[in-house]
Design a protein around this ligand. Structure first.
Ligand code: IPM
Ligand code: MG
Length: 353
């Protein structure tokens, strides 16, 4: 296995160390892999002036999978848009054609009290958000800020082609097939033509999946339903912008955004794996960050890119066990539990592995 590792910025480097330790344990078990480290995001801007430098592009293209910590930080806020760390992330997604972003929203039983929602609303929660990742208003042209009639106007373009919609729809229908056979597509067709097309294409493709029950929901209602009755959802499919927003919202159902991994896949199971959370500059370097989303991203990598289901579940079980034993980083801490830092949490997971 050829894996490129981009620790990135903020807490990225500390959490990625814990992910590498997990991989090293699996090495002693017979898994063979090569790790290549590279620069993406703010650290790449500091070193080369570019958030996604050529060397990083080569590493990423040569690798079978990419593990990414997190990118961004306030020190980069004044940079031009094309030099910002986030641009590195958008560029790598586009360069590798990672159009399918899978964000599983699952609640660990032992963290039920870490959520701000009532236990009965979230007990047993298990949603998969399938977010389109290389289109929509994120990449649409024209875009910009310009002068018109003596004032500045800002504009972006929400755009999806049938091809883009249908390929993400297939990913979502197939995922629903492996789960509870229910798919909810989220759009804003009462206002936006782009998402009318989205709905039409979803309905058309549904005919190829008679065993999956397709429903549609408007995004504002979906935002409400996610906190009202989240267990009504099995698989959610939506565009890039709505998916960005709804996945942050959904993450809080589980108590902490620090728990959730994600996979971004092309059409051949090449993938980039990263936590849903950001670079958390406020706690960077303090041994406070929760490394579990990063460690669980390794599990997703073994499952989706390398088809190593048993190694993936082994990591997931070790995490579960660690939580059951009461180990908690600050973000998920409750009185009576054992407070640990980033490295301490890594240690506990390794013991359980
Ligand atoms: C995410 C992040 C990114 C996005 C940012 C950092 C560009 O919020 O992966 O959800 O908006 O896609
Ligand atoms: Mg986001």
């Amino acid at each position: 296995m050829k894996i490129a590792i981009f620790p990135g910025d903020g807490i990225g480097p500390e959490i990625i160390i814990q992910a590498i330790r997990v991989l090293e344990v699996l090495r002693s078990d017979g898994l063979k892999f090569e790790l290549e480290m590279g620069l993406l995001g703010g650290c790449a801007v500091d070193a080369t002036g570019e958030p996604f430098p050529e060397g990083t592009r080569k590493l990423a293209i040569d690798a079978e999978a990419v593990l990414l910590g997190a990118v961004g930080g306030p020190q980069y806020d004044m940079l031009l848009r094309e030099k910002r760390p986030e641009r590195g992330l958008l560029d790598i997604r586009k360069a590798l054609n990672l159009f399918a972003n899978l964000r599983p929203i699952t609640l660990h039983r032992d963290l039920i009290n870490a959520s701000t929602l009532k236990p009965e609303i979230i007990l047993g929660l298990n949603i998969l958000i399938v977010r389109e990742l290389t289109g929509d208003i994120y990449f649409g042209e024209p875009r910009g800020i310009e002068w018109r009639n003596n004032q500045r106007v800002g504009f972006n373009t929400m755009i999806y082609s049938e091809t883009e919609i249908s390929r993400i729809a297939h990913v979502a229908f197939q995922a629903a097939r492996k789960r509870n056979h229910r798919l909810c597509s989220i759009d804003k067709m009462n206002v936006l033509e782009c998402t009318q097309l989205w709905r039409d294409v979803l309905n058309q493709i549904a005919k190829e999946y008679p065993d999956v029950e397709l429903s549609h929901m408007l995004v504002d209602n979906a935002a409400m339903q996610l906190v009202r009755e989240p267990k009504q959802f099995d698989v959610i499919v939506t565009g890039n912008l709505f998916g960005d927003i709804l996945s942050d919202e959904a993450s809080m159902l589980t108590g902490s955004i620090g728990m959730l991994p994600s996979a971004s896949l092309d059409n051949q199971n090449k993938g980039l794996y990263e936590p849903i959370h950001g670079s958390a500059p406020d706690i960077a370097g303090k041994d406070m960050a929760n490394p579990l989303a990063m460690i669980l991203s390794v599990a997703m990598m073994l499952r989706y890119t390398f088809n190593l289901e048993s190694s993936a579940t082994r990591i997931e079980h070790a995490v579960k066990e660690t939580l059951a034993q009461g180990y908690r980083t600050n973000d998920i801490f409750e009185p009576g539990m054992k407070k640990v830092g980033t490295a301490g949490m890594g240690d506990a997971v390794l013991v359980n592995l």
